[in-house]
Design a protein around this ligand. Structure first.
Ligand SMILES: [Fe+2]
Length: 321
């Protein structure tokens, strides 16, 4: 694992910056803060930013970067919320949200979806009572099948960042990198062709009239491809048996390459959404205020490409209807 460990000096520098930002801006999704976040990120420790920059600049790694050692005060963040929604997602654990947004804004621009929690730019990942068996980040008992985030959508995030606020039962996040997957050339050639249908998940119900067109699974450099996969929400083009076999092959290959990463309090995991899939094993939720609680942000390198489907030039929220 590509790991950067924050030390005491780093934490002290981060703490004073966060103390200042929470007073000045109150919310990490305050538009005035979002406008300045990239500039303010230069006040974070330089070795940390240098490492994050290298993660973005090079692709000679597996697409994962873990920042470890950020100090989260378990009492100060309060109990794990028992609901989600734009306000609670963006306002809860605001100090921690500020750091996540600073780091995200250094890498690119945060991105929200109007269909997901009303466009919240920071999302809480935690178990909800009525979602226990759902294939959603708020599910629990059911395995959350691995996937690229919003694989079906052309404006999906380039990176995802997850910050762990608490995880007392060490529930692992599952990650799999295309770098660890070997695909024979003849199968790769099929996966590079537009022979696969991507369906939308429950958050993005596009109605019965929506007809997806076949698209490739792999793209970019044939020798070091990017990947888009969401096995629970995709299929080969109807009647295409070779595409069916190729899809089965790459799904099995990712299954074998999956690694368990149990995030602990203060961990911040960056994932390249073009090179890494992620998921979660099922777990038994507590619903006692101490459940696993992560914060998530979607990061795009090119906000402009979604301009036609954002309500304003400054908006970071994609409208999908
Ligand atoms: Fe996801």
């Amino acid at each position: 694992m590509n790991l950067f460990q924050l030390d005491e000096q780093d934490n002290s520098r981060i703490n004073s910056l966060l103390a200042h930002l929470t007073v000045q801006y109150e919310s990490p999704c305050n538009p005035l803060f979002l406008q300045e976040a990239r500039v303010l990120s230069s006040r974070l420790p330089e070795p940390l930013m240098s490492r994050l920059n290298a993660f973005r600049y090079h692709e000679d790694h597996n697409g994962l970067l873990m920042l470890r050692g950020f100090e989260v005060d378990d009492r100060q963040i309060g109990p794990t919320p028992n609901a989600t929604g734009k306000e609670i997602d963006e306002q809860s654990a605001a100090r921690e949200g500020f750091l996540l947004m600073l780091l995200a804004s250094f890498l690119g621009d945060s991105l929200g979806w109007a269909n997901q929690r009303n466009g919240a730019l920071l999302n809480n990942v935690l178990p909800l009572k009525d979602h226990e068996s759902e294939q959603l980040s708020t599910g629990s008992v059911a395995d959350l099948s691995w996937h690229n985030e919003e694989a079906f959508h052309p404006f999906r995030a380039d990176y995802l960042a997850l910050m762990c606020l608490r995880n007392p039962d060490n529930i692992p996040t599952l990650v799999g990198s295309i770098q660890d997957v070997h695909i024979p050339v003849e199968i790769k050639e099929i996966l590079f062709e537009p022979r696969f249908i991507f369906h939308t998940d429950k958050n993005f119900d596009q109605g019965e009239t929506y007809v997806p067109v076949p698209e490739p699974v792999l793209f970019g450099d044939f020798k070091a491809p990017y990947v888009r996969l969401d096995p629970a929400f995709m299929s080969p083009a109807p009647g295409d048996e070779a595409a069916d076999r190729a899809l089965t092959y790459i799904i099995d290959a990712f299954d074998s390459a999956l690694r368990k990463v149990p995030l602990t309090s203060g961990d911040i995991l960056f994932m390249d959404n073009y090179r890494v899939v992620h998921g979660r094993k099922g777990f038994k939720p507590r619903f006692d205020g101490n459940d696993r609680w992560l914060k998530r942000v979607n990061i795009t390198l090119d906000l402009r490409k979604s301009r036609a489907v954002r309500p304003g030039q400054r908006s970071h929220v994609i409208i999908t209807d």
